[in-house]
Write a protein that binds this ligand. Structure first.
Ligand code: ATP
Ligand code: MG
Length: 757
């Protein structure tokens, strides 16, 4: 069968060029991913052993879909291709090789929560102000050091980095990084960035291992190459050094992860690394209508930094792009939900033909509410993963401890859950004893009587014995029997069972679901070792979307634009096209950041096959206040001949012609009008650090008589927040307020200077 006939001549040439370095730089929807898929099938048909093929994708879901397609063409042999995200593939390799670099094979993977929790403990131990040393900032700094392959030792010798930290008022940054790395090592744990960083260390320090994998992976392919960071780039370069059969595909116009260290230069430098590279350009977009492709071209033309490309479509002209204005975010949701119902009938599309894309996760609320009201089924992508839920992480922490008792984050999490009389002070004592003696926490736990006295020594000792008994079960039973034993004997099942609240019930059901998943795993026939540690290996790398129980369900998809990369839908809605939201407020101070926002808009627009809807609201609640919004500059950048301005006559917003240009004029007039009144100032800045709150004028002690639960307030120092509880009697009423930036705080009203907004 000549399945390559499903490619155009250029695509086919790229797929057939299996030997030597190949780069495909091409616009959105031009078949890059399709070429990789067919290329792999072609290799297998040419009798290349699937074990010798490595394909790196951006999401697990993309890998899964690609594999299924290849299996359809060449059969089940394709199961053996090494295909997955950078993180999952190199975690798999590290499981085999970790001991060479001093880690146990059963090393734990710390997820973002574990990392932040560890960083918080370190900041506390070092007595550092966690506002100045904001945990997200610290994490970001360590992460970018690792992604640039700067070890803690190198960091602490790097004058430029240290000076930067000093200037930012964080002179202890280098020490935090050092301690963090030591603590991860002591716990036998790697964080997400370590999976790449340590792979580099492994390949660098152990030529024999590098050699082994260079010979195993005879053919390498990387999708979405424009979003690889330095650490990923170097792994690929090292692995491909012998065979040089490396094919990368990407689109510089879709590079949207610079904020996470991705380096667009990787694609631009490929030619330097491989002077005899064969470059293929694909210019025909097969995904979208002419209108959508041309509109997308008109956006990206505003970016200075880009490779010349001429993307065209031979598909039909298609409908114009609809632009809708709403007077609020809730109305925007309503407009979108109604349009979905209308177009579903008109075009006889299923719900899964629709996607709603937004810049920030917070925008999903208004959309979800409107969809629910109109009974439109939807699925939210991203969001909290099943494996991140508290009860699931609690049980998994027991599993983790069973196989790696040095895992300190897991230990701290469950040493007193369910409660067994081990208080915070005892845990502190354990940590101090461990640090003083250079022990691991676990060593202190199993020798509790040497470090603690009386009752706490007994409780901690019993906890240690319990974990040891789990280890004995784990060594002799399959995954399900071990998991069930731990769920029962740790007391978690009982604790959740006794909680009869609605939430308690839901938590109990989630645990059941986890156990069902493990049962299924224990019964699988395609894997040899069905022990719990194998099940546990990559759980930290799974996202919500990988856990999709019913991928074929007929639902509208809701996701951020970042998550939509590589996907396509017949009808796409891009919502919230307002200045300071999209482009994001944080991107407005530098050309490169603004250009990244524009690429993000380009990605969003090019997801649509037949119809694109854009919308903005003229006012929106942000930080607890209703703000007037200015339509996004991106709307101006679209060639107007592709637009269909359909404005709701109910809210002309004082504008004469109902267009977004006059909305902007109206917005400017309003801004001027309200200039003299106290209003929250928007602080523009280049940094993503949380900003000091700029208070409104005119604070007086709170008017406690009128304060009610649910009200939005502004505090002189803490900023905007919402009252979640009031308790006590006058004059000692205490208010619990959830502040946007700082989280929950309790304040005594007679002292707190609050303003109701
Ligand atoms: P993106 O930049 O968004 O990742 P891409 O370049 O990877 O896009 P694909 O997703 O591979 O593009 O292809 C876009 C759509 O066009 C897919 O539905 C694909 O099946 C289809 N397509 C690509 N090439 C052809 C072709 N030669 N014939 C028919 N359909 C094609
Ligand atoms: Mg693609």
């Amino acid at each position: 069968m000549d399945f390559l006939a499903g490619l155009n001549p250029n695509q086919r040439a790229a797929a057939e060029q299996t030997e030597g370095p190949v780069m495909i730089v091409a616009g959105a929807g031009s078949g890059k991913t399709r070429v990789i898929t067919y290329r792999v099938a072609h290799l297998i048909q040419k009798r290349v052993d699937p074990f010798n093929i490595l394909v790196l994708t951006f999401t697990n879901k993309a890998a899964k879909e690609m594999r299924e397609r290849i299996i359809k063409v060449v059969g089940s042999e394709a199961k053996n291709i090494w295909m997955g995200t950078f993180h999952s593939i190199f975690a798999r390799i590290l499981r085999v090789e970790a001991e060479l670099i001093g880690y146990p094979k059963n090393f734990t993977i710390y997820d973002t929560d574990d990392t932040k929790s560890l960083l918080r403990s370190i900041l506390k131990e070092m007595n550092l102000d966690d506002k100045l040393y904001n945990v997200n900032h610290v994490y970001g700094r360590i992460s970018s050091a690792k992604n640039n392959l700067i070890s803690p030792q190198e960091y602490n010798k790097n004058e430029a980095l240290l000076a930067e930290d000093r200037e930012n008022g964080r002179p202890q940054m280098g020490q935090i990084y050092m301690t963090y790395a030591q603590r991860c090592y002591r716990a036998g744990a790697m964080d997400f960035d370590d999976l790449l960083f340590k792979t580099n260390v492994l390949l660098n320090k152990h030529p024999e291992v590098l050699h082994k994998y260079q010979h195993q992976f005879k053919y390498l392919m990387v999708d979405e190459y424009q979003d690889t960071n330095f650490s990923q780039y170097l792994i690929v370069k090292r692995l491909a050094a012998v065979s040089e059969n490396i094919c990368v595909v990407g689109d510089d116009a879709q590079s949207i992860y610079a904020f996470r260290g991705a380096n667009i230069q990787n694609i631009l430098n490929f030619q330097k690394d491989y002077p005899d590279v064969k470059i293929f350009k694909l210019e025909q977009n097969y995904r979208s209508t002419k209108t959508i492709v041309n509109a997308a071209n008109s956006i990206i033309a505003n970016n200075k930094n880009q490779l010349e490309k001429n993307v065209f479509s031979d598909n039909e002209e298609g409908d114009k792009i609809k632009v809708a204005r709403a007077f609020s975010d809730n109305e925007e949701g309503k407009i979108v939900a109604e349009a979905i119902i209308q177009e579903k009938t008109l075009k006889s599309l299923p719900y899964k033909g629709f996607a709603i894309l937004y810049r920030t996760n917070a925008q999903s609320r208004a959309m979800e509410e409107s969809l629910r009201k109109l009974n439109v089924p939807y699925k939210l992508y991203g969001g909290t993963s099943f494996y991140q839920r508290k009860e699931i992480k609690d049980l998994i922490s027991y599993f983790r401890l069973t196989y790696n008792p040095n895992d300190e984050e897991a230990l701290k999490r469950v040493i007193n859950y369910p409660r067994r009389g081990i208080g915070d002070t005892t845990v502190e004592k354990i940590i101090v004893a461990a640090d003083k003696n250079q022990y691991r926490l676990w060593d202190v736990v199993v020798n509790a009587h040497m470090f603690l006295d009386g009752r706490s020594a007994t409780s901690v000792g019993n906890f240690g014995t319990m974990i040891q008994s789990f280890q004995a079960v784990g060594n002799n039973s399959n995954a399900f029997d071990t998991a069930m034993h731990i769920a029962q004997h740790s007391g978690i099942l009982k604790d959740l069972y006794e909680d009869k609240s609605v939430e308690g019930l839901a938590r109990y059901e989630n645990i059941q679901e986890l156990l069902n998943g493990i049962k299924e795993f224990s019964e699988r026939e395609d894997i040899e070792q069905k022990t719990l540690d194998i099940f546990l290996q990559d759980v930290a790398l799974l996202t919500n979307d990988d856990n999709d129980k019913d991928p074929n369900a007929d639902t509208v998809s809701l996701m951020t634009i970042h998550a939509s990369k590589g996907l396509e839908f017949p009808v796409v809605f891009i919502v919230g096209l307002e200045e300071n939201l999209f482009p994001s407020q944080l991107s407005l101070n530098s050309r490169s950041e603004l250009e990244e926002e524009r690429r993000l808009f380009y990605v969003a627009v090019t997801r649509a096959e037949t119809k694109l809807h854009l919308s903005y609201a003229t006012s929106r609640y942000r930080w607890g206040t209703l703000n007037n919004c200015e339509p996004s500059r991106f709307l101006d950048e679209l060639n107007p001949s592709y637009l269909d301005l359909d404005f709701n006559p109910r809210n002309t917003n004082g504008a004469s012609d109902g267009g977004f240009k006059s909305d902007r004029v109206a917005w400017q007039a309003k801004e001027k009008d309200t200039f003299s009144k106290p209003k929250p100032k928007v602080v523009k800045t280049t940094s993503i650090l949380p900003k000091a709150h700029v208070p409104s004028e005119g604070f007086a002690p709170s008017d406690t008589n009128n304060l009610q639960v649910g009200m939005e307030v502004e505090h002189e120092r803490f900023g905007f927040g919402k009252v979640v509880n009031l308790e006590g009697n006058k004059p000692d009423i205490k208010a619990t307020i959830f502040f946007k930036e700082l989280g929950q705080k309790q304040l005594l009203l007679k002292f707190a200077k609050l303003r109701i907004v």
